[in-house]
Structures are given as C-alpha cells and as structure tokens.
Design a protein around this ligand. Structure first.
Ligand SMILES: *[C@@H]1O[C@H](CO)[C@@H](O)[C@H](O)[C@H]1NC(C)=O
Ligand SMILES: *[C@@H]1O[C@H](CO)[C@@H](O)[C@H](O)[C@H]1NC(C)=O
Ligand SMILES: *[C@@H]1O[C@H](CO)[C@@H](O)[C@H](O)[C@H]1NC(C)=O
Ligand SMILES: *[C@@H]1O[C@H](CO)[C@@H](O)[C@H](O)[C@H]1NC(C)=O
Ligand SMILES: *[C@@H]1O[C@H](CO)[C@@H](O)[C@H](O)[C@H]1NC(C)=O
Ligand SMILES: *[C@@H]1O[C@H](CO)[C@@H](O)[C@H](O)[C@H]1NC(C)=O
Ligand SMILES: *[C@@H]1O[C@H](CO)[C@@H](O)[C@H](O)[C@H]1NC(C)=O
Ligand SMILES: *[C@@H]1O[C@H](CO)[C@@H](O)[C@H](O)[C@H]1NC(C)=O
Ligand SMILES: *[C@@H]1O[C@H](CO)[C@@H](O)[C@H](O)[C@H]1NC(C)=O
Ligand SMILES: *[C@@H]1O[C@H](CO)[C@@H](O)[C@H](O)[C@H]1NC(C)=O
Length: 414
C-alpha cells in the first residue's frame, strides 16, 4: 500500500511539475522575448545570473516572486549620476534586489489604497527595515499600477502580468530606487528643521538614521519656524527629548498609512505616547495634521506633519475644522528655519531642492533622470535608435532628478 501510494504521489508530482514548466516560459525566455528589456536582460544575464537562477523556477506557488523590470528607456533615464556610477556590484545587487518582491502581486490583486510590501533588499548597508525594505503598490482609478519607492519616486507599469515559471513580471517606466537614509531623504522634502534639531546631538542623529524599523513624524520647516523662539531656547536635553517624541521604533513598525488608524496610540522613543486620530479625511498626530504620508527612508518610513509635537502637551487634540492647526507650544516665529546651519556639509544642496508632492500619498514623479551615459546595461544594445542617449523623455516631476541621483550616489558609496 505504502509503496503504491508513494509511486502515485511522485507520478502526480512529476506531472504537475512538467505541466507548470511546459506551460509557463522560463525567466530567461521572458527576459529575452519581452520588447524593450535589453538593458535589464543584459545586466542580469551577464553579471547576476545567480539572481536569475534564484527566482527562475519556484516549485511552490508560495515562493512566487514579483519582478519589476525597468524598460530600456527607464534605464536611460537613470543616467550616470546614479546607482551605476561606481560600478559597485554590491550596490547594483541591492538595487536589483529592490526590484524583487516576494509574493505573486498580479495587477488584479493590487488595491486602490496603498499597500507596502517587503522586497528582497535586506542588506544592512542599504536598509534597516526588518524582513526587507518595503515598496508601495497602488492601483489608480484608471487601473494603472503605480509603484512607489525611495524619494517619493513613482513608477508606472507599462505592461503588467507577464508570467514566468517563478512568478510574475511587470515592466516599469522608471526604476524603483532604494530609499535613502533620513539625512539625505529629508533635504528634497524640506525637512531640514527637524534634521538640524536632531543634529544638535550627534548620537541622536545616528540613532534616527540607523535605528531599525522607525516611524518618524516629521514637522515641516514652517512648523519649526512657527515655534522658533521656543525650540531654540530650550536646553539640549529638552531638545533631544522633543525630537525623540517624534520617533517610534519597533513595536511592529514601521507604520505605513494603513496602520494610522483612528485612536491608535504609539509610545515614542521619548517615552510618552502620541495619539493618531482621523477626522475630515485627514490623519492627525496629537493635534498636528499629517500632510504627506509614506515617504520611505532606509530604516523605515516618515510622515510629514504641520506642527512640532510637544512632549509637555501630550493631550493636544486637533480642530479638524481648521486648515492649519495651532502650534502645540507657545513661542514666537522666526523668519528662517532654525537649526539648518548645523547640518554638516549638506547645506550646500539645500537651495536645489524643489517642488513637493501635494497629495497625501507622498508620491511625486520619478526623480531619476540625469545624464545619458548609462554605464553598462546598454553597451551592447542593438537598437535602431543607436545609442543609449536620452531620448527626450522628460522628467515626470518638477523636482530636479539629477540632484536626487546625486544624493543617492552619495549615500550609496560613501
Ligand atoms: C519599445 O520602445 C519603442 C521606442 O521607445 C516604443 O516605440 C515601443 O512602443 C516600445 N514597445 C513596447 C511594447 O512598449
Ligand atoms: C533565493 O534567495 C533567497 C534570499 O537570498 C533565499 O532565501 C532562497 O533560499 C533562495 N532560493 C533559491 C531557490 O536559491
Ligand atoms: C563593471 O563591473 C563588472 C563586474 O565587476 C565588470 O565586468 C565591468 O566590466 C565593469 N564595467 C565598467 C564600465 O567598468
Ligand atoms: C487589499 O485590501 C483587502 C481589504 O482591505 C485586503 O484584505 C488585502 O490584503 C489587500 N490586498 C493587498 C494585495 O494589499
Ligand atoms: C543599519 O544599521 C547598522 C548598525 O546597526 C549600520 O551600520 C548601517 O549603516 C545601517 N544602515 C543604513 C542604511 O543606515
Ligand atoms: C543625545 O541623544 C542620546 C540618544 O538619544 C541621549 O541618550 C542623550 O541624552 C542626548 N544628549 C543630550 C545632551 O541631550
Ligand atoms: C518640558 O518641560 C520640562 C520640565 O518643565 C522642561 O525642562 C522642557 O524644556 C519642556 N520642553 C519643552 C519642549 O517645552
Ligand atoms: C501609553 O499607552 C499605553 C497603551 O495604550 C499605556 O499602557 C501607557 O500607560 C501609556 N503611557 C503613558 C505615559 O501615558
Ligand atoms: C475617531 O475616533 C473618535 C473617538 O472615538 C470618534 O469621535 C471619531 O468619529 C472617529 N473618527 C472617524 C473618522 O471614525
Ligand atoms: C522647499 O522649499 C523651497 C523654498 O521655500 C520651495 O521652493 C520648495 O518648493 C520646497 N520643496 C518642497 C519639497 O517642499
């Protein structure tokens, strides 16, 4: 009986396997046969074949992966001031791993509200988010699949649901970018008041950047200006305490928008609680309104708020009827953002940061344009357009993409 059972089981196992393999193409075939993927294909096949082997052939559906494949023009837009600038295998592997998401995320499974999912990027040189740095998926009203990555980068899927034996592939119009450390990510979003306040204390600055699984509620610069006289007059210990009141570490986080549920209480690093409330289609933290959500950073996520939180005023509640919430502490305003002069060696790039994304989702355009000299991925591309020159693809954002690329290069290689 027993041996008969085993025989049947192994035969049916064999049948199932060969069925899968014969009906779904291999990743190699899919990469080679999909139009406008030559850069990605060449990069993978010439230098990262072990990565292909790893995701090619999942024998069990639970191990399926979703592969985001940047198109050739997406690679062109990455430019020279980018991940590829130093030809570092480690950095490029991290970049590629960020394009691999465990799980079978067919476009039909993506929701109209943001979902953040772990990727294969878990190298602590690049991320301190447990189980892998996250990436955001959302489906727009028109059905378009949007992917959100570091720096508010927003990629859209040009072609979706291309199946291979190890999962599903979507072709994207710009590469997804591994989120930067807070120190770099703060600058293009004008969050330098909070950054500078953290820098008053070097060990606090390091903590913010490197602690695992952080959620930051970051007051924007206007918020720091409004209470400028107070925050600049308190002693160093009080300022550290104030900064720590905006930070949540661990506790099951990082906490993306979907976790910001009405009435949720988080315990801050400072020790006291902060309370999330929802009203009039907005999220509030204590009495501060959340202006932008889900900006990814190397060690978690940040949400931008319109007021500095006060650890001596934990009971502050919002007035949802009022657009701009009253400050949670007294003080007179300053014309300039306090603390920004403290930020070491990054001050020179401050003036270059440009537009903000105005939506609650915190997504902006790609920010990955730059010059046209793509490094290796396009060297042998046989294309009728000839070279890997910029094909006139305009940046999808008002933000200066080259600067973003430069900042990324800085953190990845220093
Ligand atoms: C491939 O790229 C060319 C040139 O950019 C474009 O005209 C064509 O539509 C692309 N093909 C697909 C399937 O996206
Ligand atoms: C693929 O890589 C992942 C992550 O590095 C590892 O956990 C997994 O065991 C590998 N799978 C195969 C089939 O090599
Ligand atoms: C980049 O590095 C790879 C692997 O180390 C090497 O094969 C390739 O020639 C290098 N490319 C350039 C442009 O230096
Ligand atoms: C989509 O939303 C439903 C209901 O909120 C949830 O159960 C499901 O996990 C979500 N799917 C994804 C892929 O986020
Ligand atoms: C992650 O944390 C470790 C220390 O635990 C640190 O050495 C590393 O630089 C951090 N990674 C990033 C991207 O900040
Ligand atoms: C600096 O920050 C560290 C880490 O948060 C904290 O332990 C220390 O007390 C702070 N120092 C001052 C003077 O506030
Ligand atoms: C909070 O209260 C303590 C004790 O009175 C004081 O030392 C500290 O400066 C206050 N912090 C702020 C931000 O006002
Ligand atoms: C913070 O909230 C937790 C859980 O809601 C509660 O147990 C704790 O007493 C609160 N801490 C303070 C300082 O209010
Ligand atoms: C949030 O909770 C408060 C207190 O329980 C309640 O009054 C309010 O209506 C809730 N808001 C939403 C949007 O459900
Ligand atoms: C940053 O501030 C500058 C100067 O106030 C402004 O022009 C720019 O739009 C702001 N950018 C963001 C992302 O808020």
């Amino acid at each position: 009986m027993r041996s008969q059972f085993l025989t049947v089981a192994s035969i049916s196992g064999f049948v199932a396997l060969s069925f899968t393999q014969s009906s779904t193409p291999s990743l190699e075939d899919v990469l080679a046969d999909t139009e406008n993927l030559s850069s990605f294909n060449e990069l993978l096949t010439t230098e990262f074949s072990s990565l292909i082997a790893n995701i090619s052939n999942q024998q069990q559906s639970q191990q399926y992966v979703t592969l985001l494949a940047p198109s050739d023009s997406a690679f062109d837009r990455l430019g020279s001031s980018s991940i590829f600038a130093d030809n570092s295998t480690e950095a490029i592997e991290a970049f590629l791993n960020y394009h691999i998401i465990p799980g079978d995320h067919q476009s039909s499974t993506v929701n109209q509200s943001f979902g953040f999912f772990p990727t294969r990027l878990d190298d602590t040189t690049y991320t301190n988010v447990s189980s892998g740095q996250r990436i955001g998926f959302v489906k727009q009203g028109d059905g378009e699949l949007i992917i959100v990555s570091g720096g508010g980068t927003r990629s859209s899927a040009e072609r979706t649901d291309i199946y291979f034996s190890g999962g599903v592939m979507h072709v994207i119009d710009s590469p997804v970018l591994p989120p930067q450390p807070f120190i770099q990510a703060a600058i293009p979003f004008n969050l330098t008041g909070f950054l500078g306040a953290g820098y008053q204390n070097q060990s606090l600055a390091e903590f913010i950047t490197q602690a695992r699984d952080v959620t930051l509620f970051v007051p924007n610069n206007i918020a720091f200006e409004k209470v400028g006289s107070t925050v600049t007059s308190i002693d160093e210990q009080s300022l550290s305490s104030l900064v720590n009141y905006h930070i949540i570490v661990g506790q099951g986080g990082p906490f993306y928008t979907s976790s910001l549920i009405n009435g949720t209480v988080f315990t801050s690093v400072q020790g006291q609680n902060i309370t999330v409330r929802q009203a009039s289609n907005s999220n509030f933290v204590n009495s501060a309104r959340v202006l932008q959500t889900d900006l990814l950073i190397a060690n978690g996520v940040m949400h931008v708020i319109d007021n500095v939180l006060n650890p001596n005023g934990t009971g502050a509640v919002p007035d949802p009827a009022v657009g701009s919430q009253a400050p949670a502490m007294t003080g007179t305003s300053l014309a300039d953002t306090p603390f920004t002069d403290i930020i070491p060696s990054l001050t020179s790039t401050l003036s270059i940061a440009s537009t903000t994304s105005s939506t609650g989702t915190g997504v902006t355009g790609t920010g990955v344009t730059g010059t046209s000299s793509t490094r290796r991925a396009s060297s042998t591309r046989s294309s009728s357009t000839g070279q890997s020159t910029q094909t006139g693809t305009a940046p999808r954002t008002a933000r200066d993409g080259a600067i973003m690329g430069g900042v990324i290069a800085v953190w990845m290689f220093l």
